[in-house]
Design a protein around this ligand. Structure first.
Ligand code: SF4
Ligand code: SF4
Length: 377
């Protein structure tokens, strides 16, 4: 087995200590992660904490999943720091609030890892990037010796799927994320930027917490679904190909995976990946619900002209459900086009400026934004 090319697909029934230790220590041994790490190294762990959310909602990387990884790394004698920038403002108060609201302070005590609270940032230059040649990122990602990417298995209203590669977007501090949407409003360019970012930060190992995932209007407004899988590998793109396939999404439907393939960064198809553990056909969930923002899988099935037209028709528009909106303003704060205003304590979207990034739906803590379906825009 070539450890650099293999992807681990393992069943894990729940977040109990025994189940997690069993599966994750097996993956670390078989993949050679335990041999990579040396006493005294600083390991940075990047969970998906898109917003403060109870681990029971299926939105964030579960703190026990992350904590078990950290405890395995700690056993080797490494220092472990968990670092993340959620959506919204990046400040010490907001970082503390997200860690607290997601159970990460208690996990840090239980498993002995540190939380990155200080909000310092650094620049990374990426001369070989396709669309984005420099990034501002959270400082630990430029200073650590080893980076472990811990994503959550979810659908995504904008990108259709979110796993290891999209998870790295959280290394960009707070409100610089909407700025990236503004710079790269087309989905294909945004996907290229994600690949540029992933290549710049270069996680050494990637895992997906797919024990409970999120289906429907991910990454935050969907519904939890038990999947019972852990997916992991050294190549974040191949790991994502397997993660996406496990919930019925093909790699050619995900813009950043198509771009990674064009750059020769991933396998050409799911059949080219050596999967260790479960047989994919036995564990794939065929009826995993897709976001309302996405239509049928038309990739490769219809001519380009119709596809372009389909883009207009399928990318449906966000709409505020007035009775659920409490006027908190989080959608307006995250809207890259500043096209949301608060009028009489309710959010209102000016559709003419909207770029269909769906950050508003993503950041609304009250599920007050739905994607309105219409056929001929
Ligand atoms: S739509 Fe959601 S995020 Fe926006 S103001 Fe209303 S409750 Fe807040
Ligand atoms: S209204 Fe929503 S979907 Fe439209 S640009 Fe703003 S955040 Fe993006």
């Amino acid at each position: 087995m070539d450890q650099t090319k293999a992807v681990w697909l393992k069943k894990c029934k729940d977040y109990s200590r025994d189940s997690l230790e069993d599966v994750l220590s097996q993956i670390f041994e078989e993949s050679g992660v335990t041999k990579d790490l040396r006493k005294g190294m600083t390991v940075i762990v990047k969970p998906n904490l898109i917003m403060a959310s109870s681990p029971d909602n299926g939105i964030i990387s579960h703190p026990d999943f992350v904590g078990t990884i950290c405890s395995l790394v700690k056993k080797i004698g490494c220092r472990v720091i968990v670092a993340e920038s959620s959506g919204g403002v990046y400040s010490i108060a907001s970082v503390r609030s997200v860690f607290a609201g997601s159970g990460y302070f208690s996990a840090a005590d239980k498993y002995g890892f540190e939380l990155n609270i200080d909000c310092e940032t650094s620049a990374i230059e990426s001369p070989n990037a396709e669309v984005c040649k420099s990034f501002t990122v959270l400082k630990p990602f430029t200073e650590g010796d080893y980076i472990i990417d811990v994503a959550k298995l979810k659908t995504h209203s904008m990108m259709l799927y979110t796993g290891c590669v999209k998870n790295m977007f959280g290394v960009i501090p707070g409100l610089q994320k909407p700025q990236m949407h503004l710079r790269f409003p087309e989905y294909s360019k945004f996907g290229k930027m994600l690949v540029d970012l992933c290549e710049s930060v270069k996680p050494n190992f990637s895992l997906i917490d797919g024990i409970d995932g999120l289906e429907g209007n991910g990454p935050t407004a969907g519904n939890k679904r038990h999947i019972g899988l852990v997916i992991a590998g050294r190549n974040p793109y191949d790991t994502d190909i397997v993660g996406a396939e496990a919930i019925g999404i093909k790699m050619n439907e995900v813009t950043y995976l198509r771009n990674a393939l064009d750059r020769g960064l991933c396998s050409g198809s799911i059949d080219d990946i050596e999967i260790i553990g479960e047989n994919l056909e036995d564990v794939r969930i065929k009826d995993f619900k897709r976001p309302d923002s996405k239509g049928l899988n038309l990739a490769g099935k219809i001519p380009d002209l119709i596809k372009a037209f389909d883009g207009c028709a399928i990318h449906r528009r966000p709409e505020v459900i007035q009775k659920l909106c409490i006027g908190c303003g989080k959608c307006a704060e995250s809207c890259p086009k500043h096209t949301i205003s608060l009028i009489n304590g309710k959010a209102r979207i000016n559709d003419s400026n909207c770029i269909r990034c769906y950050c508003c739906q993503e950041m609304c803590p009250h599920r007050a934004i739905k994607i309105k379906k219409y056929i001929f825009g």
